[in-house]
Design a protein around this ligand. Structure first.
Ligand code: HEC
Length: 120
């Protein structure tokens, strides 16, 4: 059984590496990284260190075990609610732009990526 699971994981990884994306494969890490890059999320976030915004690892910890985690994160990155920056100023949180606009699958993939970041 263990061996079978290992084979499945390998298959999923090689498909992703070959550039296929499919809703059947849970997470497309490269696509999520690209989207974060294009949206400049890294200006305020990093994977494991807090900047102006919490690290993605911290967000993953915050939502660990919560059934609505993906929806909450998608909501956060699409609703532009007020957030406080380290210098005390506040601004509307960045709204993630996708091509085509508001692509639910890409937003969900990015949220799942954020929620997958764990301590090394
Ligand atoms: C100008 C700085 C800035 C940019 C750019 C930015 N964020 Fe944030 N982000 C913040 C701050 C500040 C918070 C903390 C908000 C709070 O706790 O109220 C935050 C919080 C978050 C959270 C935690 C939400 C939660 O429910 O706890 C996530 C996830 C997130 N940002 C993702 C993103 C993504 C994805 C992008 C790019 C599309 C992005 N951020 C771009 C500043 C930024």
């Amino acid at each position: 059984m263990k061996r079978f699971a290992g084979l499945l994981t390998t298959a999923a990884f090689s498909l992703t590496a070959a550039g296929f994306s499919s809703s059947v494969l849970a997470l497309d890490v490269e696509a999520a990284k690209d989207l974060a890059e294009q949206n400049n999320c890294k200006q305020c976030h990093s994977l494991r260190k807090d900047k102006d915004g919490p690290s993605f690892m911290k967000t993953a910890e915050k939502y660990a075990g919560k059934a609505n985690a993906v929806d909450e994160v998608v909501k956060h990155i699409t609703s532009g609610k007020d957030v406080k920056l380290a210098d005390g100023s506040s601004e509307k949180h960045k709204i993630a732009k996708t091509m085509p606009a508001n692509d639910a699958a890409q937003l969900k993939n990015l949220a799942e990526y954020i929620l997958s970041i764990q301590a090394k």
